[in-house]
Design a protein around this ligand. Sequence first.
Ligand code: NAG
Ligand code: NAG
Ligand code: NAG
Ligand code: NAG
Ligand code: NAG
Length: 368
Amino acid sequence: MRRKGNEFTFLLVLTSLLIIITFSNAMNVIDTTDVITDGQTLISSDGSFELGFFNPGNSKNRYVGIWYKKITAFTVVWVANRDNPLTNTSGTVLKVIQPGILALLNGSNAVVWSSNTSLRIAQNPVAQLLDSGNLVVKEANDENPDKYLWQSFDYPTDTLLPGMKLGRNFVTGHETHMTAWKSSEDPGTGDYTYHVDPTGYPQAVLRRGSVELYRTGPWNGVGYSGLPGLKNNSIYTFELVFDTNEAFYHYALRNKAVLSRFLLNQSGVTQRWSWVDRTQGWVLYLIAPVDDCDSYRQCGAYGSCNVGNSPKCGCLRKFIPRVTEEWEAADWSNGCVRKTALDCKTTVSSYTQTSNCQIQIIHGLMQV
Ligand SMILES: *[C@@H]1O[C@H](CO)[C@@H](O)[C@H](O)[C@H]1NC(C)=O
Ligand SMILES: *[C@@H]1O[C@H](CO)[C@@H](O)[C@H](O)[C@H]1NC(C)=O
Ligand SMILES: *[C@@H]1O[C@H](CO)[C@@H](O)[C@H](O)[C@H]1NC(C)=O
Ligand SMILES: *[C@@H]1O[C@H](CO)[C@@H](O)[C@H](O)[C@H]1NC(C)=O
Ligand SMILES: *[C@@H]1O[C@H](CO)[C@@H](O)[C@H](O)[C@H]1NC(C)=O
């Protein structure tokens, strides 16, 4: 009995020792004398996030990225060399070089990816993975965020993490937006982007290339006017900050243990995901656009959209399709026109009559 107890104590001590060794081996920061090679990782000090090399899905290409460390589902939140995959990582290193650039160098020392050169320089530059998931290049021992030389939070890929700012800094001119992956096996810069447009009352805009697909409607102080699903909840708080220096949307977790992330997915839908510990899975919390009718200009001018109808597009009362054949073929882009044209042109001959006509137009619109 006694012996068994001793063995048990011995095992316990050994296990704790191993845990301590493993733990102290986890690095969250590198300086100019360190390199990260394929297989090695940086782990944020509280163990929330990990940075290293990965393959997306079944792809043979290798990327440097950041993912959640504490959850079982492998979920990448940021990718460095998204448009420059590595096919052979032999000899590849991620390292900090003077005067403060984080660079990914391949086996022949060619730069595959690097953090943008900064106007600031550091005496002793380091790269550190913070507990927020932010990868920063900074002067060692300088914790002031305003002094970072570079931070991944300024260059999101498809995921907005708590603490990231989505919008524009009017002082620096820097604009932060999300860009979807090309596919689940290719994190390359895809066609879909999600911006905060700061003109007027700010609103978020989803585009495919330069085509506007969806707008949230202007921020009204508590939410986006056209996104009723985004409301006060128990998981995260959100806010749109709008002043002379910057305009941005951001959110924060109410409870750090309850994870939540905002994603622009590969088919151009923004998704809010929440992690559920019990089922060890991400649960979809909110999406936008919600349905086809949320898409911008879906039914053209003077059209009306109702997902409950088939077809979903109709014309406003007293309007008819502009091009019947197109409309019948489910091409609604040309919208609708008045069934009976307003009688304007014939009477426009003097200033007074123009005014009459304008009144008539207003009247006409009000009748709709
Ligand atoms: C990767 O590159 C190394 C060094 O250049 C080479 O020895 C190795 O064969 C390559 N591996 C593959 C799978 O091509
Ligand atoms: C490194 O990248 C350069 C430039 O793309 C390329 O010419 C070279 O073959 C690459 N070296 C290796 C070992 O992959
Ligand atoms: C680096 O940043 C400057 C200023 O923000 C920008 O104009 C330039 O395009 C960036 N260069 C790269 C390679 O991202
Ligand atoms: C928002 O939700 C939280 C948690 O559900 C609640 O504690 C808080 O009182 C709510 N605030 C408002 C303004 O409704
Ligand atoms: C994007 O999100 C929508 C809505 O949740 C979903 O229907 C669609 O399958 C998603 N696309 C991809 C590529 O996951």
